[in-house]
Design a protein around this ligand. Structure first.
Ligand code: SF4
Length: 211
C-alpha cells in the first residue's frame, strides 16, 4: 500500500486536547464538516477553558455544521469539565506518563469516547503505539481478509494492532483510509484499478464465475 500511496511521514504532533475535540467533531460526518465545526469553535472561544459554564445548546449552535451537534456539544463539555475538575487545566499531557493501556482506559472512561477516538489521540498527539480503526480501515481489512467478517470494530483494532508492526501504524492508518476513500469504496469498489487486488479475498470472490 505504501508503494501505491507513498509513505506518510509523521507530521508535527497536534495539541492533544485539540486532537480529542477534533476527533469528537469528526464522528459520523465528513472531514469538511468537522473541520468547519472545529474552526468555528476555535474562532468563537479564545481557549478551551472559556467553554466551561456555557450550556450544551450554546456550544451546539457553534458546531452545527459538524452534525449531531447536541450530542457532540455534551461530549466536548464532558471532556472539558472533567479536565477542569480533575486537573484544573485544559491539558492532556499527563497521559504521556502513563502506559498505553492505562492512557486508553482513562480516555475511554469518558462518555462518548470510544477506542477509535482514544487511539487517534494517543497515536497522533503522543506517538504511542495504538492503531485506530475507522470505518474505511474496517471495511478494507475485512475485504482483504485481514480480519474475519464477524469481528467487531473494537476487536479489529486489537487484531490489526497485533498484525501490523507498531512503527507502521501511522503510515498504514493513513494509507488504508486513502485506499478506502479512493478505490475500496463502500459501494462499487474500483477493484480493476486496485494495486493490491491479488491479495484480496473480495476481489477473488468478484472474479469467480457465477453459477
Ligand atoms: S480488490 Fe477491490 S475490494 Fe479488494 S482491496 Fe482492492 S478495491 Fe478493495
Amino acid at each position: 500500500m505504501t508503494s501505491a500511496y507513498g509513505r506518510k511521514e509523521t507530521a508535527e504532533r497536534g495539541d492533544p486536547v485539540d486532537t480529542l475535540i477534533e476527533t469528537i467533531l469528526s464522528q459520523n460526518t465528513s472531514d469538511i464538516n468537522s473541520h468547519r465545526a472545529f474552526k468555528s469553535l476555535k474562532g468563537r472561544y479564545g481557549s478551551w477553558s472559556e467553554l466551561i459554564g456555557n450550556s450544551p445548546d450554546e456550544i451546539a449552535d457553534v458546531i452545527r455544521s459538524g452534525g449531531l451537534a447536541e450530542v457532540k456539544a455534551k461530549r466536548i463539555l464532558g471532556v472539558l469539565n472533567l479536565l477542569d475538575a480533575e486537573r484544573g487545566k485544559m491539558d492532556l499531557e499527563f497521559l504521556s506518563d502513563m502506559p498505553v493501556k492505562e492512557a486508553e482506559r482513562w480516555l475511554t472512561s469518558i462518555e462518548g469516547i470510544g477506542p477509535k477516538t482514544a487511539a487517534i489521540v494517543l497515536l497522533f498527539s503522543f506517538g504511542m503505539p495504538t492503531f485506530p480503526v475507522d470505518t474505511h480501515i474496517f471495511r478494507v481489512s475485512r475485504r482483504l481478509g485481514l480480519i474475519a467478517a464477524s469481528v467487531s470494530r473494537e476487536k479489529a483494532q486489537k487484531e490489526l494492532g497485533s498484525l501490523i508492526p507498531p512503527h507502521e501504524y501511522h503510515n498504514m492508518h493513513l494509507n488504508m483510509i486513502e485506499h478506502g476513500r479512493r478505490l475500496c469504496r463502500s459501494r462499487n469498489p474500483l477493484c480493476e484499478e486496485c494495486p493490491i487486488s491479488e491479495y484480496c479475498l473480495q476481489s477473488v470472490k468478484r472474479s469467480e464465475p457465477q453459477s
